[in-house]
Design a protein around this ligand. Structure first.
Ligand code: ADP
Length: 201
């Protein structure tokens, strides 16, 4: 089994993150956990690239629809449809529009529990209900209701992989192997070394 410190995740700062000039703030929040940045690029994705990204998980469309229905019901509101696949179709179309509207920054972060740590800091999908202290909770005010009323995607600044398998598939979709850098970060000694040898003079 590979060591947990080799776990990797994909983060994308979506077009609204760049337009809100939050790229530096977002990188800072991940960086200060001890995670290591091993890949970074700015790109304007095509609609086909976005479609493939969300189709990497064949269940995604259904799950995104179910999550949205549940969020409406939790607030005592009526969802726009009770069919998760109908909602999922709308979301993917809106996402293609959203993510191709301007440049995005794609990043690979590596370190212990990279996927979970990044998801925790990023916060839940819907900014209205994402926790205070998370990026989505602190910097944006969107909701399912607003997005559906205006027929667009929820603007939540960031994409972050949902599982280790998803992360590996998504990294391969966004980066060539040669674009990722294997290197040692000096602070890794403090994060991971078993004996902390060599600190005292
Ligand atoms: P996450 O990005 O938190 O992993 P999902 O994979 O469920 O969330 O959804 C992908 C993206 O689709 C979200 O980040 C958001 O931008 C958008 N989205 C999700 N659900 C809806 C919805 N019901 N209406 C509009 N946009 C949505």
């Amino acid at each position: 089994m590979s060591h947990p410190k080799t776990e990797r995740t994909l983060v994308i700062i979506k077009p609204d993150g760049l337009q809100r000039t939050l790229a530096g703030e977002i990188v800072r929040r991940y960086e200060r956990t001890g995670l290591k940045l091993t890949g970074l690029k700015m790109t304007v994705p095509t609609k086909a690239h976005v479609l493939k990204h969300y189709n990497l998980d064949p269940n995604w469309k259904r799950i995104v629809g179910e999550k949205s229905i549940e969020a409406y019901q939790k607030k005592g509101l009526k969802p726009p449809s009770m069919d998760p696949l109908v909602l999922g179709d709308k979301v993917i179309e809106a996402l293609q529009q959203y993510l191709t509207s301007g440049p995005v920054i794609a990043m690979v972060w590596q370190g212990a529990h990279a996927v979970s740590i990044v998801r925790k800091i990023t916060g839940g999908t819907e900014p209205l209900t994402s926790d205070v202290g998370t990026i989505r909770g602190d910097f944006v005010l969107d909701s399912y209701q607003m997005a559906d009323t205006d027929g667009r995607a929820v603007r939540n600044l960031i994409h972050a992989s949902g599982s280790v398998t998803e992360a590996e598939n998504e990294i391969a979709h966004w980066f060539e192997t040669r674009e990722l850098v294997n290197y040692r970060l000096v602070q890794e000694q403090i994060l991971y070394d078993v004996n902390l040898d060599g600190l005292l003079e």
